[in-house]
Design a protein around this ligand. Structure first.
Ligand SMILES: [Zn+2]
Length: 240
């Protein structure tokens, strides 16, 4: 993880920003196991259920038409420049209609957002979320899929027939294919079934592949939830 100054958590110096465990892991080289970087540098700032309640309260404000709460002025700028303390992380789709900061009526510095086409838990997403949990004290991760997802639609098409796709696009769709195949077997609304299955799959994968996230979840420091954003009524609904 680069020591990007924009990622420095509030109130922590450069050394503690990376965390002693992370520094040790970096020093140990690429063979260091993820578990060696698992020791959080800071505990969560907010209980997981509290973070979820705060997130959904923000969504209620969005639905009610509240203005975007971005503070301006020298004082607000100085506070943001000093560091970040997001209360939740979102793994969302890159779709231009599904911007988490807007949907949850949050200002700059409140959400740690990772987006890619299809909200898949790929290496970059998992590593970024590990950083949010271990170094920023984030206690809630929401995997946010959405209605009529183009990536899920492409995965359904790829599951139905061999497609000629650019290699990178083909690779990107691979994690969604099992969800598409399951939805095809189940019948009904295949696209929405794929979207829902993919949300659940990404959420499950976070703890399957990451000792950092798994340990935090087991210890009760982290909650991972799936949610679906409906483009028609703009509602974000939590999935079981
Ligand atoms: Zn999408």
């Amino acid at each position: 993880m680069n020591a990007c100054p924009c990622c420095r958590p509030t109130g922590l110096g450069r050394r503690s920003f990376l965390g002693a465990a992370a520094l040790a892991s970096l020093a140990a080289g690429p063979l260091a196991t993820p578990a060696r970087a698992a020791t959080p540098a800071a505990g969560p700032r907010m209980a997981p259920d509290q973070a979820l309640a705060k997130l959904m309260a923000g969504h209620a404000r969005y639905l009610a038409g509240a203005p975007v709460p971005v503070a301006h002025g020298a004082e607000a700028r100085a506070a943001r420049a000093a560091g970040q303390a997001p209360f939740a992380a979102i793994l969302g789709c890159a779709d231009s209609r599904a911007a988490p900061e807007l949907l949850f009526n949050t200002g700059l510095g409140e959400l740690f957002v990772v987006r890619n086409a299809g909200n898949v838990a790929d290496t970059g997403a998992v590593g970024s979320l590990e950083y949010a949990v271990a170094n920023l004290g984030v206690s809630l991760i929401m995997v946010l899929g959405h209605e009529r997802c183009g990536a899920a639609d492409a995965a359904v098409a790829a599951a139905r027939a061999r497609l000629s796709l650019p290699p990178q696009l083909s690779d990107m769709l691979q994690p969604i294919i099992p969800s598409a195949l399951a939805a095809l077997r189940a019948g009904g609304d295949v696209l929405d079934g794929t979207i829902r299955a993919n949300i659940a799959r990404s959420a499950a994968r976070l703890v399957e592949v990451s000792p950092v996230l798994s340990a935090a979840s087991t210890a009760g420091r982290l909650r991972i939830v799936g949610a679906r954003y409906d483009l028609d009524d703009e509602g974000v609904t939590l999935m079981s």
